[in-house]
Design a protein around this ligand. Structure first.
Ligand SMILES: Nc1ncnc2c1ncn2[C@@H]1O[C@H](COP(=O)(O)OP(=O)(O)OP(=O)(O)O)[C@@H](O)[C@H]1O
Length: 873
């Protein structure tokens, strides 16, 4: 028995290793060890309110603590996290940090929370590990899918002996999560926390009251959360707390009461002012008195706390260059400041001092001396291995804002610093990257076989930083791209080395997005450049070979090159790298073929595919009883919608993209696109449902069934609204007119019927030669587009296949052909034959019986103007 348990635990440990977790996110990580907790006797009321909510019966499972910059939110969050950790009631903590690499976005948020949860309770560890064992790809899927599977699921099914007190999740500084969509997604996840669970979860969220977050909470029902606005706490109480703080921090300096009260007034309720002032005074050692009078200069005090904060930052900066320097020396110091501190405030991931000096091509001495007098605003660790961080984000905001940072010598021109960093990244990469940088030797060595220290040894932190962020710096610098500039030359010389390095770092999928960004930059500047052609080819190269390079980095010089088509620019640029041991290279295609991405995941055939209205997602419905949502740009799986008990036959997005409707058997289901949650189930048909459509206002869903009826359902209430009867055969297609007043249906009975949505009356019946399976209205609602031709409403028969003048060219897939405007333009080889398809603009998504989903994108300009067919990504 004992042995069995041991084996299980070891398995669990292996499974947990699959969760990408960020140790620095936790309140008690090494990285956060110097960040303070609330001093005793401070924040008494606020902490009491949070405790009362966390331990009480309040139905609202979220507590949103919001307040202006520097009012003390993170300190409260750390204090609460620490208390609940000591009581063994902390589920997890995630402290976001702008410019903090993975801490500045949500990509590892859920997996980190799940990892911490697993360490909390054995029952949860089992649940989480079982979930990973069932779906090892889970961490590549959408946040909502991860949340459902890795957090909510285990909390729901955890076997607990008795009623457990709720666990508390602390999320700090949500405003420092840089991507607005991520913020909305996280708030979407939290909304699902109040579902009944064996172990209840409560969530404390802190943030500045920024618009996207306010909007997110505004959209959330008030039943879910309560809030507390920190900057509205009575001033008397805050002053009292700041007074305790100042007295404590400056206890070794004998301060008179009037000076203390002046300092309190000047803080104006901002803890960050008090904290910065105290650090500045203490750092002054033998000149504390001068420093106190420096910061207390010029009344009136405390009227505008942000202005006071700016002043203290200005004082600290001018003090850092206040020695006995001549003009030239001062200029040099200012320059160094802008280059070094400027880089520290715009880096996407903090670096240790030595790495910063190599990245910036400055001496260690320059870096050390520049940071020497800035310890009251920067955390400069003693250990060379630890990164330099800002003590508070308000310092970054001050330096980057030309209006706030009035001494222009210190103002950091963000674009310029990004441009310099982009250049430096290129320099570092060009100098360091080379073929087989980790001396793997054999071309088949897998990433999984490598020890991570080996990668770190050969790819130092500055090089890894450059590989990850060079394009992001370029994007924010607004640098112009030109053929044969240093970026183009870098790609020509090091593109494969860069892919190899990313693969070794486990970040190959980043290259897809990085190249997409670079492609956009190049496109905006010169649409016909050589550079743009190269980037385009590079994207094809990586999308086509991603799977193999991700596993075996050196295959970038073997399989990827050998099988690239003859016309590939990457193949041409790196032909000297081709393996010499292949004496006869395989015959390859002339050009990239039209398929640019294949999505794998369904375990059975795909029956229906649909684009979301904004084109960012694709939904695929499969015989494996699931619907999958995919990210159109990257091909990443976003969520898996599970619940149907039979094959899923049709799928549709609501016009606002927030809902997905799917049909299986005789049931229609509605899902939340963002969270993947099942929202409702419409039952009433007695025959299989074949098609589903939303009304243009999203308020109705129409379902067409083999029971010969069409039913209309109310999306908000789930109530059956109407039953349209009259077809003498099963109904195969259904669609609303653009104004929502009509519903068109097509049936095995070879008729198309038009119904009035409101009165349910049949307004027109048209007989067709064969059964119609696809129906759509033209934008003006005057015609119906069917697979057999175009039908003018109120006429009795189908028009000829002549395109209507106002009707845009249309792409479709019929049998073995892609057709444009009803003319065959692209023959599909057997492996691309489809069971279903969807079109958005010039992109076609194909669903296959094998369960794969593939994309084809056509260059419509070439197709229309050149008459010849060219395909592109
Ligand atoms: N109760 C407290 N006890 C001791 N120190 C505190 C307290 N509250 C705040 N501080 C000090 O003030 C500094 C600023 O506070 P904190 O970082 O918590 O503010 P914030 O509201 O989270 O700011 P931002 O929104 O800009 O991130 C802290 O680093 C800490 O030094």
């Amino acid at each position: 028995m004992l042995t069995v348990c041991k084996v299980d635990r070891r398995d669990d440990h292996d499974l947990l290793k699959l969760l990408p977790s960020i140790p620095e996110a936790a309140f008690n990580s090494y990285h956060n060890q110097n960040r303070p907790l609330c001093l005793p006797e401070t924040r008494v009321d606020v902490l009491a309110q949070i405790r009362e909510w966390a331990d009480g019966d309040d139905e609202r499972c979220i507590f949103w603590l919001n307040g202006m910059a520097g009012t003390g939110k993170s300190t409260i969050a750390r204090t609460v996290a620490s208390e609940y950790h000591n009581q063994n009631q902390l589920a997890a903590s995630f402290f976001f940090s702008r410019g903090g690499g993975d801490l500045s976005n949500a990509s590892k948020f859920v997996s980190t929370v799940a990892f911490q949860l697993a360490k909390k309770r054995l029952a949860l560890e089992h649940g989480i590990c079982r979930a990973i064992a069932k779906n090892r790809e889970i961490v590549t899927q959408s946040l909502s899918e991860q949340w459902k599977v890795l957090v909510l699921g285990p909390l729901m099914i955890a076997e607990v002996d008795s009623l457990q007190s709720p666990l508390l999740l602390v999320i700090d500084a949500l405003d420092e999560c840089e991507n607005e969509e991520d913020v909305q997604n996280i708030l979407g996840l939290l909304a699902a926390v109040n579902t009944p669970m064996s172990i209840k979860l409560r969530v404390l969220v802190t943030s500045r009251p920024e618009t996207p977050i306010r909007r997110g909470f505004f959209d959330m029902t008030r039943v879910l959360y309560r809030d507390l606005v920190l900057h509205k706490v009575p001033r008397k109480s805050v002053d009292h707390d700041i007074s305790i703080y100042i007295r404590r921090e400056l206890r070794h300096i004998r301060l008179s009461e009037p000076i203390i009260s002046l300092l309190i007034k000047k803080a104006g309720g901002l803890f960050i002012w008090a904290a910065t002032a105290c650090r500045f005074i203490k750092d002054g050692e033998r000149v504390t008195a001068e420093r106190i009078s420096l910061i207390l200069e010029d009344s009136p005090r405390g009227k505008n706390p942000e202005k006071e904060l700016d002043k203290i930052y200005s004082r600290i900066l001018s003090n850092s260059v206040s020695g006995d320097y001549d003009r030239e020396e001062k200029d040099k110091l200012f320059k160094l400041f802008r280059a070094i501190v400027g880089a520290i405030v715009v880096l996407f991931d903090p670096l240790p001092a030595v790495m910063l000096s190599t990245l910036l091509n400055r001496s260690d001495l320059d870096v050390d001396q520049t940071l020497n007098d800035l310890h009251s605003v920067l955390e400069v660790p003693e250990s060379q291995a630890n990164p330099i961080r800002l003590l508070h984000p308000s310092f970054r905001e001050f330096l980057l804002d030309e209006k706030r940072c009035q001494d222009r010598q210190f103002w950091v021109d963000e674009k310029q610093v990004h441009a310099d960093l982009a250049k430096n990244c290129l320099r570092v990469m060009s100098k360091s990257l080379r073929r087989d940088i980790c001396s793997l030797g054999a071309p088949g060595v897998l990433v999984d076989e490598l020890v991570s220290s080996k990668v770190g040894q050969h790819l130092t932190q500055d090089v890894q930083y450059a590989c990850k962020f060079w394009v992001q710096h370029l994007q924010r610098s607004k640098v112009q791209l030109r053929d044969n500039d240093e970026i183009h030359l870098f790609l020509k010389e090091h593109f494969l080395h860069w892919l190899e390095a990313l693969s070794l770092m486990g970040r190959l999928s980043d290259s897809v997005l990085i190249l997409a960004v670079l492609h956009n930059i190049a496109k905006k500047q010169d649409s016909n450049s050589e550079m743009q052609a190269m980037i385009h080819d590079a994207r094809r190269f990586i999308l086509y070979n991603r799977f193999v390079i991700e596993q075996a980095p050196l295959q970038v010089y073997y399989s990827a090159l050998v099988f690239a088509p003859k016309s590939s620019i990457v193949r041409d640029s790196f032909c000297s790298q081709m393996p010499r041991w292949i004496s006869r290279l395989p015959q390859v295609e002339q050009n990239w073929n039209s398929c640019w991405q294949t999505l794998e995941g369904h375990s059975d055939g795909v029956r229906a595919v649909a684009f979301s209205p904004d084109g960012q997602l694709v939904a695929s419905a499969s015989d494996d009883r699931t619907i999958r949502l995919w990210d159109t740009a990257t091909g990443a799986a976003r969520s898996r919608l599970e619940g149907h008990s039979e094959e899923v036959r049709a799928v549709a997005f609501s016009p606002d993209g927030q809902l997905v409707a799917s049909v299986s058997g005789s049931t229609v289901r509605l899902w939340d696109t963002a969270t993947g949650a099942a929202l409702s189930r419409f039952e009433g048909h007695w025959g299989s449902v074949s098609a589903v459509a939303f009304s243009p206002d999203g308020q109705l869903v129409a379902s067409a069934s083999d029971d010969r009826t069409i039913r209309l359902w109310d999306t908000a209430t789930g109530a059956a609204r109407s039953r349209l009867e009259g077809h003498s055969g099963g109904v195969k297609a259904v669609v609303f007119s653009p104004d929502g007043r009509l519903v068109a249906s097509a049936s095995w009975d070879r008729t198309i019927r038009i119904w009035d949505t409101a009165s349910e009356a049949l307004t027109q019946e048209i007989h067709t030669d064969s059964t119609v399976f696809n129906l759509s209205f033209t934008a003006d609602g005057s015609h119906l587009w069917t697979d057999n031709g175009i039908l003018q409403l109120n006429s009795v028969s189908l028009c000829s296949a002549q395109p209507l003048p106002e009707y845009p060219p249309d792409l479709s897939v019929t049998d073995r052909w892609v057709s444009w405007n009803m003319q065959h333009v692209l023959w599909l080889p057997p492996e691309y034959r489809v069971s279903c398809f969807a079109v958005r603009g010039s992109t076609i998504v194909l669903g296959h019986t094998s369960g794969r989903v593939t994309f084809i994108e056509l260059d419509m300009v070439e197709l229309v103007d050149g008459g010849s067919l060219w395909t592109r990504m």
